[in-house]
Design a protein around this ligand. Sequence first.
Ligand SMILES: *Cc1c(COP(=O)(O)O)cnc(C)c1O
Length: 360
Amino acid sequence: MREVYNFSAGPAMMPKKVLEKAQQELLNWLDQGTSVMEVSHRGKLFMELAAQSEADLRKLYNVPENYRILFLQGGARGQFAAIPMNLMGQKGKALYLNSGHWSATAAKEARNFTEIDEINILETDPQLKVKRLDFSDIAEQYDYVHYCTNETISGVEIVDIPNVGNTPLVADMSSNILSRGIDISKFGVIYAGAQKNLGPAGITIVIIRDDLIGNARKDTPSIWNYAVQRDADSMINTPPTFAWYLCSLVFKHLLAEGGLKNTEECNLAKAALLYDYLDSSKFYYNTVAKENRSLMNVTFTTGNDELNAKFVSEATACGLQALKGHKVLGGMRASIYNAMPIEGVKALIEFMKEFEQRNA
Ligand SMILES: *Cc1c(COP(=O)(O)O)cnc(C)c1O
């Protein structure tokens, strides 16, 4: 079989070494004679896996002592509801920064639970560009400020951290968690569904500052209550053990490859190759302002729907999979998460050049 590169936005590519390791120990995990998915989550070995995965993630991301890490279910969308249920306090109002599809969807869900103000921070003409990140003048009136660090559909990434004074900042990092180093202490809560950059679908990471736990409204279901989950080590019910195991392998893999410093360098190099090529081409274009171009999701189009469809179908036939843009946007999208090797990006660029020559 020829080499296939999978540019899916999510569930997305996993590191090959991780899949090989999982394959190796699938039938016999740690000499138990069973797989990891068949043993009790309360058993000694799984509890050790859980503790080690947390320790590895702490080390990778430099998570300060006064932050908890929860391993939950329900995906990012579950957190869209859990955030307002857990964080609404005295002020009775939250601020949502809207930079595209996912931040808007989070705001919509939050409205079911609380009063919110929503501010559009995205300029769309002539380019997609984040126009405002300083909210220090108004943040104080809110229980928290929510935003999305990487809009997966449009490929808009917000690298600079919004200024919200002392108000807790909540970030949906589903599609760029662990893609580069960040200062966790600037955040109140970070959350991410695993299926883009961490592992398979089915597990959700929440990194939360201690003092923000314990204020959930009374009718919060226990599985969404951060204090209940903290006290139960994220195991108030059966956790998705196999997904957790795969995440633990991904964390180990990233540490073995040199940690986030290495990850960030690779991601910068991959994205630079692709954006430089897009900038040099008169056939394809990308409409995101330079400072907001996502390292993870690179969107581009020929400007012609028929050509776009032809591109996607011919690329697929060449082993370059899942390049079709999200249905709300059209065009193409190459998701180049941590697991995508630079060879995949080079293969894509080779194909793009060749397609351009034949169709320009
Ligand atoms: C994929 C994605 C979501 C939705 O995640 P689920 O785990 O499917 O709920 C939310 N936010 C962002 C930024 C995403 O990329």
